[in-house]
Design a protein around this ligand. Structure first.
Ligand code: HEM
Length: 533
């Protein structure tokens, strides 16, 4: 065994080998400078209706991926076989045990929370928020509109949804920068300490707000939640924090991402931009079609009862991806699926379907419409700046990392900072090179692990001349049972690649994404492991 091709994932017996896909491209942590919706999504529709990715589920674990619109709709409705429970790592990461409410709650309990929340997102309540949302869009655009250029992600897309969230929750807008920082740690860092810190800081702050609203209720969402009653009782602390946290992470990245794909579309299609400038009443219809074409979110379910999909057995414990991106461009469901046609009036699935359909959809739609209306009003025809690489972060959400725009007489930006996709090469660290002998690797790992407390321990390590297999647990100590013998993370790599990673000749995260090092574990363990490497 001399190369990584021999380092294969274990495929369960019920998975037909012809459905196994080792290179599904949207793996967490990967990046691309291609346009993923144009060059990657169409190709993903070739082949069987259902595939089995060996590493798409966060933590590089396997997941079934249905590619058809009808299948996804049926999956959303099938809460008997598929559960939404416990897909997020955040509470565990800080040693707590609440669930995201309502997205991680299965029926029948789910409907109790949904009934409670529905009145908060009625068209009337959304209309009441409209002036504030528009003002937030206008104020944010005012900061860059006279510059002839902007980097749209940092100047607008990441900030605007946070301001709207702060307004919804009755929190001061001055907290924006702080929330931006927490959001980044929570949703974009692969460093477990950052994610834990971001979770801890935002949860502590939300708890303070809950406490304050108990004493001084106002007209905001937190006040509503602390005073509301369900089944004759008030929500308990875990329910309240799960609810506030769900609204926090549910409406930030999703909105930033969708607005930026919509603006990128208009920047790259001047004819569509001109049409909306000439007739702004078309903007809501255009937004709806762009929500279809650029659906960026994949969530997951866990099978809880044996069933079958497209004649294939799905076993309890199997993870199932819910790729709105693929369903919305399924050639079997849509005429000209890859074309953006503002007159289409699509019944898309971007905001899901069934009991968990997005409660924030009416707000998200207004955010998109108002962002586009205000942008078209404030600046002349905009384009993507020349000479800059546009990079997208892949994973369960396809998010642009940058969107450089120019307008007026300009083609390029003054100080064009190009966001580079990660490359395989990482800077070499002088003086710490490890030779490719088993002894050296073992000694290095032992020393590194000792210094890595409190993030875990390796239970067993098997090395031979060619391959390394590590079985371990890498969870924070609060979650690690001292007597634990079952590994929660497994690593396999060729010795050659493993040494290259230890020597920083190869980027560990990218090597995982590319399957050069096979890692399987829960998401926290994998993030902890990246510290070891
Ligand atoms: C473009 C923006 C958005 C997109 C694409 C989006 C997408 C989704 C999807 C696909 C789901 C279903 C998840 C699943 O069942 O696995 C969902 C649920 C949810 N979304 Fe959104 N969302 C967006 C904006 C928002 C906003 C602005 C908020 C909050 C104000 C929000 C709050 C929620 C909540 C609370 C749920 C759970 C609903 C339930 O379980 O009953 N979302 N969203």
């Amino acid at each position: 065994m001399n190369d990584t091709t021999s380092v294969v994932a274990d495929i369960p017996a019920h998975v037909p080998p012809e459905l196994v896909c080792e290179d599904y491209p949207f793996i967490m942590g990967a990046q691309t400078s291609q346009h993923p919706f144009k060059s990657m999504v169409p190709a993903l529709h070739d082949g069987p209706d259902l595939i089995y990715s060996t590493n798409f589920y966060p933590g590089f674990q396997p997941a079934w991926i249905p590619r058809r619109f009808e299948t996804l709709q049926a999956l959303y409705m099938d809460t008997e076989h598929f559960s939404s429970e416990a897909f997020s790592p955040f509470p565990l990461l800080i040693g707590e045990s609440w669930s995201l409410v309502p997205v991680e709650i299965d029926p029948p309990a789910h409907s109790t929370y949904r009934t409670l929340l529905n009145p908060l997102f009625t068209p009337a309540r959304m209309r009441a928020l409209e002036d504030r949302v528009r003002e937030a869009a206008r104020d944010t655009i005012a900061k860059f509109k006279d510059n002839d250029e902007c980097e749209f992600m940092s100047a607008f897309a990441l900030r605007f949804p946070i301001i709207v969230f702060l307004d919804l929750m009755g929190l001061p807008r001055e907290r924006m920068e702080q929330f931006l920082e927490w959001e980044f740690m929570l949703l974009h860092s692969l460093d477990i300490e950052d994610v834990a810190k971001g979770t801890r800081l935002s949860v502590d702050y939300l708890r303070e707000v809950i406490e304050d609203r108990r004493k001084n209720p106002g007209d905001d969402l937190v006040s509503f939640a602390v005073t509301a009653t369900v089944e004759g009782r008030k929500l308990n602390d875990n329910e309240l924090i799960g609810l506030c946290f769900n609204l926090f992470i549910g409406g930030l990245d999703t909105v930033s991402t969708n607005i930026s794909w919509q603006i990128r579309h208009l920047a790259e299609h001047p004819e569509d931009q001109r049409r909306l400038r000439t007739d702004p009443s078309l903007i809501p219809a255009a937004v709806e079609e762009m929500y279809r074409r650029y659906a960026a979110v994949t969530t997951f379910r866990t099978c809880v009862k044996q069933t079958s999909l497209h004649g294939i057995t799905i076993m309890p414990g199997d993870k199932i991806a819910m790729p709105t991106t693929l369903a919305n461009t399924d050639p079997g469901a849509w005429d000209r699926p890859f074309e953006v046609d503002f007159d289409r009036a699509p019944r898309h699935i971007t905001f899901a379907y069934g009991v968990h359909r997005c409660i924030g959809a009416p707000l998200a739609r207004r955010e998109s419409v108002m962002a586009i209306e205000e942008l078209l009003r404030a600046i002349p025809e905009f384009r993507v700046a020349e000479g800059e690489e546009l990079v997208t972060e892949l994973g369960p959400i396809l998010q642009p990392k940058n969107l450089p725009l120019v307008w007026g007489g300009r083609d390029t930006r003054r100080e064009a900072a190009t966001a580079k996709p990660q490359t395989a090469e990482a800077p070499h660290v002088e003086g710490q090179r490890i030779g490719a002998s088993i002894g050296e690797v073992t000694a290095f790992l032992a020393a590194k692990l000792a210094s890595m407390e409190p993030f875990g321990k390796v239970i067993a390590m098997h090395l031979d001349d060619h391959q390394i297999v590590l079985d371990g647990t890498a969870n924070p100590p609060a979650l690690v049972d001292a007597t634990e013998t079952q590994p929660d993370v497994t690593v396999r790599a060729s010795l050659k690649d493993f040494v290259a990673i230890l020597n920083k000749d190869m980027n560990a995260q990218l090597a995982m994404v590319k399957g050069k090092i096979k890692v399987r574990g829960d998401i926290m363990s994998v993030m902890a492991l990246t510290k070891l490497l």
